[in-house]
Structure formats: structure tokens, C-alpha cells
Design a protein around this ligand. Structure first.
Ligand SMILES: CC(C)(COP(=O)(O)OP(=O)(O)OC[C@H]1O[C@@H](n2cnc3c(N)ncnc32)[C@H](O)[C@@H]1OP(=O)(O)O)[C@@H](O)C(=O)NCCC(=O)NCCS
Length: 204
């Protein structure tokens, strides 16, 4: 899998390359140094892309936000965000570079994200997805999300409706088993960097 152009400078203390296995995808906490790659991918993916500043602001709220990147040779090839609310988790964003789709990268991100949600004590996660976005809906369905309603005209670029999806009972053994079987079907082992201790402390 060859990474696209917007390569970041590797940081030797990160241990990403040694930790990589198989196709070399590593899921890691999103950091400011990843934002150049994230914003480039965001601009290529969304009609109304989030700005770097917006991502930066999100990263400043680790108590209620959890952002991940998927890296291939230190290049951002995907990202996923989660916001914790009193009603549960909310997937705020998910995207994978169009050059490397259908290789299980979104699945890796969601596996780590949903397990992190459970670690935070969240038992339900919701999201909005364009009503015409069948690939994403199919992905979420595999992860146990089910339709829960429609938000009319939710997307400002074309007034498209959003399908609201929910995954409940994240902490139940059935859901754990679902995630384990998705992980077992990946074509190479899931490699995920743990947050550092200061980040863990900020989350408590
Ligand atoms: C949706 C998206 C994140 C999927 O990323 P991905 O890395 O290609 O997804 P994965 O390879 O992990 O796919 C896992 C499963 O999801 C489903 N899926 C993914 N893409 C699909 C497609 N184009 N058509 C049908 N099913 C699809 C399949 O069940 C797939 O499993 P399979 O490949 O074994 O059949 C990616 O297409 C993307 O970035 N799209 C644009 C942004 C977007 O729509 N984000 C979601 C906003 S709510």
C-alpha cells in the first residue's frame, strides 16, 4: 500500500514503524502534527470540510473527545473522531483516503474507537450519515449500528437528509464478540498505539 503525497515527518520516539505489521497500518491518537495530513484528506473528502482550527479545537478537549488517525508509513490515510455526551458517544467524523479504501482501514479505526468508548463508560454510540452514502451505512451496519431516524436537510451543501444510526449495548458480550470477529477478519493484525499516561490522566 503506497501512501499519498502529504507525508508527515516521522518522529522516532513514536515507535510507529516498529509497531507496524502486515500492511503497515497503525492506528494512533490524533496529534497536532497529524493535522496537515488530516486536513488534506478532509478537503478531498467533504463538500464542507472542517478547518485545521476546528480539528485543533477538538484536540484541546480530550476529556470529551477522542480522535484517531490511521497511518501508513507515517502518512495519514484515515481518521475518526468521537465526542462523549451525557446521552452517549457521537462519531463526529470518519474518512479514509480514496486510494486505499476497502482495505479495512475504517474498520481498524472503528474497532479502536468503539473499544475506547466502552473504556470511557459509554454504552451507546450514534452518528449521522448521508442518506445516499451506502458504503458508510454498510460499514456501520457491520459494526452493529441500526437506523434510528432521519434528520431532514441536515447537510448544508445540498440539503441532503441524514440517517441517524445507533449502536446500543456496546458493553454487552455480543457486541464485544462482534468487534472481535471483525478484528479476526482483518487481513493483518490490528496495530494500535496506546495513549500516553498524561492523556489517560486527562481522560479520567
Ligand atoms: C465509508 C469509508 C470510511 C469506508 O472506509 P474503508 O476503509 O474503505 O472501509 P473498510 O475497508 O473498513 O470496509 C469495511 C466494510 O464496510 C463496507 N463497505 C465499505 N466500503 C463499501 C463500499 N464502497 N460498498 C459497499 N460496502 C462497503 C463493507 O462491508 C466492507 O467490508 P468488505 O470490504 O469486507 O466487504 C470510506 O469509503 C470513506 O472515507 N468514504 C468517504 C467519507 C465518508 O463517507 N465517511 C463516513 C461519513 S458518516
Amino acid at each position: 500500500m503506497s501512501p499519498p503525497d502529504h507525508a508527515e515527518t516521522p518522529e522516532p520516539d513514536q515507535g510507529e514503524a516498529p509497531g507496524a505489521a502486515g500492511d503497515g497500518i497503525v492506528v494512533a491518537p490524533m496529534r497536532p502534527r497529524h493535522l496537515q495530513g488530516v486536513v488534506a484528506l478532509e478537503a478531498a473528502t467533504n463538500a464542507r470540510p472542517w478547518s485545521e482550527r476546528l480539528f485543533r479545537d477538538e484536540l484541546r478537549m480530550p476529556a470529551s473527545r477522542h480522535y484517531l488517525v490511521a497511518l501508513c508509513d507515517h502518512v495519514v490515510v484515515g481518521y475518526c473522531g468521537l465526542m462523549a455526551t451525557p446521552d452517549g458517544g457521537h462519531i463526529t467524523t470518519l474518512a479514509v483516503d480514496s486510494e486505499v479504501r476497502r482495505a479495512g482501514i475504517a474498520s481498524r479505526l472503528l474497532l479502536v474507537q468503539l473499544r475506547a468508548a466502552v473504556e470511557r463508560g459509554l454504552t451507546a454510540v450514534t452518528l449521522e450519515v448521508r442518506i445516499t452514502n451506502r458504503p458508510a451505512q454498510e460499514l456501520y451496519r457491520r459494526f452493529g449500528f441500526a437506523p434510528g431516524g432521519i434528520r431532514r436537510g441536515y447537510y448544508q451543501d445540498n440539503r441532503e437528509d441524514a440517517l441517524i444510526m445507533w449502536s446500543h449495548d456496546l458493553d454487552l458480550p455480543e457486541q464485544e464478540a462482534r468487534l472481535d470477529s471483525i478484528e479476526a477478519a482483518l487481513r493483518s493484525p490490528l496495530v494500535a498505539l496506546e495513549p500516553t499516561e498524561p492523556t489517560r490522566r486527562a481522560l479520567r
